[in-house]
Design a protein around this ligand. Structure first.
Ligand SMILES: Nc1ncnc2c1ncn2[C@@H]1O[C@H](COP(=O)(O)OP(=O)(O)OP(=O)(O)O)[C@@H](O)[C@H]1O
Length: 226
């Protein structure tokens, strides 16, 4: 079953007289439980594609079905809910609040969960998550005291706290050394294999892409290998 289906997606950025066609007729389908790498040269459209998949940006044209639900015409409020409940985000620069503790950062997405019971259930998973990600001893430390690899593990825990089906990662190892990058990609692979999460990551690094089931290659806004 495909969890993500893009049909002839186009993205045009317009500023004054300038128009830039960043994605051209992109069609692709990603199955539940797949681990996929998006690769391509700088400026080829990887982040634009991930932003559309992540409901951060809207396509100019085309259809986007997320778990069979049409996304392209939904309201900002609905999209915010999709981002919070269905998707977990991991960024190259971690996007954590440095002066908040590890715990406070991980629990942040729960602020947007309306049901008190659901919030409590998810909060109860924190010890298990900390153990899996090996950051338990740092629970009360401010994030600014952590190493890059530890920060990325906190970001992964935050992406998982709402139990989303899909994890989107934009260059998750881009700011890390080789050894730490290997640890992080192995961790993402465990999350994919053991928990069945669908993982879509952007990377420049062929060694990181090699951990994925499939590589999608993009050139000048067009998919050339899928
Ligand atoms: N908001 C925007 N307005 C205008 N042009 C944009 C905008 N966002 C992206 N672009 C252009 O779209 C193209 C694709 O950008 P994108 O960030 O998706 O590339 P990328 O493959 O992720 O690159 P990199 O590997 O360098 O991060 C680039 O030419 C970029 O300049």
């Amino acid at each position: 079953m495909s969890v993500i289906e893009l049909q002839k997606i186009n993205k045009v950025f317009s500023q004054k007289q300038n128009r830039f066609h960043a994605l051209c007729d992109v069609s692709l389908s990603i199955a539940k439980g797949e681990m996929v790498a998006i690769m391509g040269t700088s400026g080829s459209g990887k982040t634009t594609l991930l932003n559309i998949i992540g409901c951060v940006d809207k396509p100019s044209e085309g259809r986007y079905l997320l778990k069979k639900q049409a996304i392209e015409k939904q309201s900002p409020k609905f999209l915010a809910q999709v981002r919070n409940q269905e998707l977990g985000f991991v960024m190259q620069d971690f996007a954590l609040i440095e002066y908040y503790s590890v715990k406070k950062n991980i629990l942040l997405p729960l602020h947007y969960v309306k049901s008190h019971k659901l919030r409590k259930n998810r909060e109860a998973k924190l010890p298990e998550l900390l153990e899996k990600l090996r950051i338990g001893q740092k629970i009360n430390e401010p994030v600014m005291n952590l190493s890059g690899g530890q920060k990325q593990r906190v970001a992964i825990a935050r992406a998982l706290i709402n139990n989303p089906e899909i994890i989107l990662a934009d260059e998750p190892t881009g700011a890390l050394d080789q050894k730490t990058s290997t640890e992080i990609i192995e961790l993402l692979q465990v999350i994919n294999r053991e928990e069945g999460k669908t993982i879509i990551l952007v990377t420049h690094d062929p060694d990181i892409a090699a951990y994925c089931d499939r590589i999608i290659r993009i050139e000048d806004g067009r998919i050339v290998i899928t």
